[in-house]
Each structure stands twice: as C-alpha cells, then as structure tokens.
Ligand binder design. Structure first.
Ligand code: MG
Ligand code: MG
Length: 250
C-alpha cells in the first residue's frame, strides 16, 4: 500500500480525536494505584468514551480484541487484555494503550506507569523509553528518512542496556488504525522512505529492561518478554507538517 498523505483538514480531525484520547489517558493516570484491577480501568475508560458524542474505542472488536484498552502488566509488552483478576500491586508497571475513532479518523497513544514506588531500574526503564519517544518525534520532519525515527529510539535505549522489541512496530495511521508504513523502533539513519508533509505516524517504542525477545501467550494477544524482564511502552500519534512534528495526542 502507498503511504497515504493527509490534508491539513484531516490532520485537524485526527487532532480532535487525539485530544479526546488524551482526556481518557488523563482520567486513567491517577487510577493506576494498588488495589485497582485492569478491568476497573477498562470500565472507567469506556464510561469516559461514552460521554464523547460519536466517538468509538478503536481497539474494541479490532481483529476480535475484546476491550477499549490494552493493559500490559510488568513483563507483558503489549496487547494485554483487561481482567478483573489482574489487580495492581506496588512495584508493578502498567502500560495502557488506547485508540479512538472520531468522524472516521483514528488516534492512538500509550503510556506506562509505575504502581507505587519504582525500583531504580524500573524508573530508568520508564524514563528512557519515554525520552526515546520524545527524541524520535524530533525526526518526524519533512525530508527526513523513516528509519531516522527508529534509529533514535534504538541508540538511546540500547546505550542504557535495554532491549528494543523488533516483532512489534509503530505504523501509519489515518482512516485506518494501521496503515503503511511500518515504523520500527530500530534501523539505520538515512535509510527508509523519505518523510513527506501529511504523513501521520504512530511512533511507539516498546523497550524491555532485559533482552529484546518477546513471545505471544496462548490467548493469541498478550506479548511478553521471553526473559521475564519488565517492558515499557510509550506512544504518540504524530503528523509531519511544514511547521515540524505535530503531536496529535498530547
Ligand atoms: Mg497504541
Ligand atoms: Mg499503535
């Protein structure tokens, strides 16, 4: 598939979707505390989304995914399924990934939180993964190359001794949740498709405290680290514009 370029008007629709998505994340952030289940978070998200006229949760029903949120705990990398039996405890980390559809336009963003006090290693994993997303966003510019984005993530995270997940990648996004191109979190600078005005990318580093390998559980969704190390995930939907990177999900 070609990389679909969005008009300014389309980007503003995605921005409107992204602003509502940020409201969902802002609602959930203070709820990520010991004793709360991931289903509690799912229910809170659905109640919030129901207040947005015409907005749908993008993940629910996507290839049969059962929920509005992906809630990925500790060694779970992505695509964890909310469950009332999964109750947060001190020392956990939880990735919350959510997407919305507004007037046919998608937004997609993820945040990883520490539950209670974090160990130094866990805190560094969260800080570095988040910083690698911010660094990668700087390369979402006209005339750049696609793999500049992944190279920025890879260089920063591997320098800290962390494992960059290769099996899952970011993606183009627009009137579908997943469009071309794939946006890997690794690669060589100066390589890959030339970045153009109107491309919109979901940039989403998935970084393991240990080795990079992941495996999918028997539920067909939940990806976990092979070595059991914690994994962090941060994501923004970013448009490439004349004015530079435009983060649609802040
Ligand atoms: Mg996502
Ligand atoms: Mg995504």
């Amino acid at each position: 598939m070609p990389i679909l370029l969005k008009t300014r008007a389309e980007i503003e629709k995605m921005r409107a979707s992204g602003k509502l998505l940020r409201q969902v994340h802002d609602l959930l952030a203070p709820l990520v505390v010991p004793g709360v289940s991931t289903m509690d978070l799912e229910n809170a998200a659905n109640a919030k989304i129901a207040t947005f006229p015409g907005v749908k949760a993008a993940f629910k029903g996507y290839h049969g995914f059962p929920a509005a949120l992906c809630t990925s705990l500790n060694s779970q990398v992505v695509h964890g399924i909310p469950n009332e039996k999964v109750v947060l405890r001190n020392g956990d980390i939880l990735s919350i990934d959510c997407g919305l559809i507004l007037d046919g336009y998608y937004s997609d963003a993820a945040v990883t939180y520490a539950v209670g006090p974090a160990t130094p290693l866990t805190q560094r994993l969260l800080d570095v993964t988040k910083a690698s997303l911010e660094e990668a966003i700087k390369f979402a510019v006209i005339g750049g190359r696609l793999f500049d984005i992944g190279a920025a993530v890879q260089e920063m995270c591997e320098a800290e001794g962390f494992g960059v997940v290769k099996e899952f990648v970011g993606h183009g996004i627009g009137r579908s949740m997943h469009e071309d191109p794939q946006v890997p979190n690794f690669g060589s600078r100066g390589k890959g498709p030339r970045l153009k005005e109107g491309m919109v990318l979901a940039i989403e580093p998935m970084i393991n405290a240990g080795k990079p390998e992941v495996v999918t559980l028997k539920d067909g969704w939940t990806a976990v680290t092979v070595d059991g190390s914690y994994s962090a995930h941060f994501e923004h939907t970013v448009a490439i514009t004349k004015e530079g990177p435009y983060v649609l999900t802040r």
